[in-house]
Design a protein around this ligand. Structure first.
Ligand SMILES: Cc1cc2nc3c(=O)[nH]c(=O)nc-3n(C[C@H](O)[C@H](O)[C@H](O)COP(=O)(O)OP(=O)(O)OC[C@H]3O[C@@H](n4cnc5c(N)ncnc54)[C@H](O)[C@@H]3O)c2cc1C
Length: 478
């Protein structure tokens, strides 16, 4: 039996970051992956979806160039296979990059399905080369000397009675790998994934209906952000229906017919080529045999740590990272990197600060984008803070006018005290959230930020201006 220091099950962002850091700290690491290292984020999530969104932005730019800037440009057509080829090339290069990093770090990658056989032991069954992954084939019995890390991630959540068939009813995975763009799509779920898919389908030419059961889209974000985003999407011709529910859906020969109950109780029938179910992600533990290690999932299928500071389960030496963790872990790749670092350092015997979940940035890469960190105004009030908030439209600064896409900055503070949350919506705000993450993470007050100069003319000037106002020194706002 092989006995490495650490066995990591799952080679997504959570698993491979744990493996890389543990190996860098001198531990002998085996990483087991039954599909491809890089996991959801690289192959079916963050990267391919952002590639689609980038192409979508270019398409939108042609209309803007023509309509606002007198550029005599027209869009001939979108060549789906060329677009997909570029996207897949980016994914393939990143995949080779992750494999190379793991090899250089000395991580041994086993290709196959891992099943627990005891508190620290694992059987890896070769999948017979079916999955096109790279790693050592064969059946392996392993036992970890220091620790076992569960990083088996998540898959799209589905609705009973509306099982994806990959053609009419699709998940975010299917929609990426479909042979072409549908003429119309009903997106069920107005969270980040649903909004991003609605956004790029619309830009690339599809008729889009976006249905969200909560009273606003991106319901986890500040209410003002949700309103701005809905306005921006509607302006682009997306039929945004919040507070709405799918009643039923019928498969037709050439599409779907869905009945939706709207916010005012009205029933609307939507004929659509595809129905994209984007109602969240479900943790993956199939065939893992948690019970063999003395573990069980919680009621929703997650594996909860007993010690969140070390992300360690009730069974000593078994840790969890990534989408397999329940909230407050947010199911985001960058959070899983932080979790991987923490677990690897813990296993190496180093002191490591717990993950600060309150300061994890959240981004929706649609057009317009949203980006936020910390508490919304409503959350801050619900926690009993005396709240002071200030917001400003992005078009109040010159660069915002140049972009001409609206948007806003909102900062939520404890009255006379530290910054509790920053909320952005508009163009390029995904690139503007990092400084605000430091502001929230470092418990800064508006005056701490206000003395730092934001470059002119930029969109981030609006952030600087809101902090100046909250510090009582507003130039353009009183
Ligand atoms: C469409 C979409 C867009 C997204 N966009 C973003 C974004 O922009 N930014 C962001 O931060 N996050 C984004 N996410 C979320 C992000 O992809 C996940 O948070 C991240 O991939 C979680 O990583 P993980 O390592 O926990 O799990 P995964 O990436 O799911 O990896 C788990 C791995 O474990 C393997 N595995 C499972 N069981 C076994 C077993 N028994 N034996 C061996 N191997 C096994 C699987 O094959 C898989 O490769 C997006 C997700 C989706 C679906």
């Amino acid at each position: 039996m092989d006995s490495p220091d650490v066995i990591v099950i799952g080679g997504g962002t959570g698993g491979y970051s744990t493996a890389l850091r543990a190996a860098a700290l001198g531990l002998e690491v085996v990483l087991v992956e039954r599909d491809k290292v890089g996991g959801t984020c690289l192959h079916r999530g963050c990267i391919p979806s952002k590639a689609m969104l980038h192409a979508a932005e270019l398409v939108d730019g042609i209309a803007e160039a023509r309509e606002r800037w007198g550029v005599k440009a027209t869009l001939d057509a979108v060549d789906w296979s060329a677009l997909v080829a570029t996207r897949d090339d980016i994914v393939a290069r990143n995949h080779r990059g992750v494999q190379a990093h793991l090899a250089r770090a000395g991580v041994r990658v086993l290709a196959g399905h891992a099943r627990l056989t005891g508190p620290r032991s694992v059987r890896v069954t070769d999948l017979g080369g079916r999955t096109g992954h790279h790693g050592e084939p064969g059946v392996h019995e392993l036992s970890a000397r220091r620790g076992l890390v569960l990083a088996t991630g998540s898959r799209p959540r589905t609705l009973p009675g509306l099982e994806p068939d990959g053609r009419r009813v699709v998940t975010s995975d299917d929609a990426l790998f479909a042979p072409g763009l549908p003429a119309s799509v009903l997106v069920l779920g107005g969270g980040a994934i649903g909004v991003e898919y609605a956004s790029f389908h619309r830009s690339l030419g599809a008729e889009v209906t976006l249905v969200e059961a909560a009273d606003r889209i991106v319901p986890l974000e500040d209410a003002e952000v949700g309103r701005h985003l809905a306005r921006g999407l509607k302006k682009r011709g997306i039929d945004v229906r919040a507070g709405a529910r799918l009643l039923d859906a019928e498969v037709l020969t050439n599409g779907m017919r869905a009945r939706v109950r709207g916010a005012r109780g009205e029933t609307v029938t939507v004929e659509t080529e595809r129905l994209l179910v984007a109602i969240g992600r479900a943790p993956v533990t199939d065939g893992l045999d948690l019970a063999a290690a003395g573990l069980a999932t919680d009621a929703r299928g997650f594996v909860a740590p007993a010690d969140w500071d070390r992300l360690e389960t009730a069974v000593p030496g078994i840790h969890v990272v990534g989408d397999l963790l329940p909230p407050p872990s947010p199911g985001l790749a960058h959070a899983s990197f932080a979790e991987g670092l923490l677990v690897a350092e813990t296993l190496a015997g180093l002191p490591s600060a717990p993950v600060d979940y309150a300061a994890v940035p959240r981004v929706t890469y649609s057009s317009p984008q949203t980006a936020a960190v910390g508490l919304s105004e409503a959350e801050a009030r619900a926690r009993g803070y005396e709240v002071e908030a200030n917001s400003m439209p992005l078009t109040a600064v010159a660069k915002g006018m140049v972009h001409g896409q609206g948007g806003m900055v909102k900062v939520v503070t404890e009255a006379g005290g530290r910054v509790l949350g920053v909320h952005l919506v508009g163009p390029h705000v995904s690139e503007m959230i990092a400084e605000n993450q430091l502001v929230v993470g470092w418990d800064a007050e508006p005056s701490d930020v206000a003395r730092h100069i934001h470059p002119h003319p930029t969109l981030s000037e609006a952030v600087g201006e809101v902090f100046l106002t909250l510090a009582g020194r507003g130039l353009h706002q009183q």
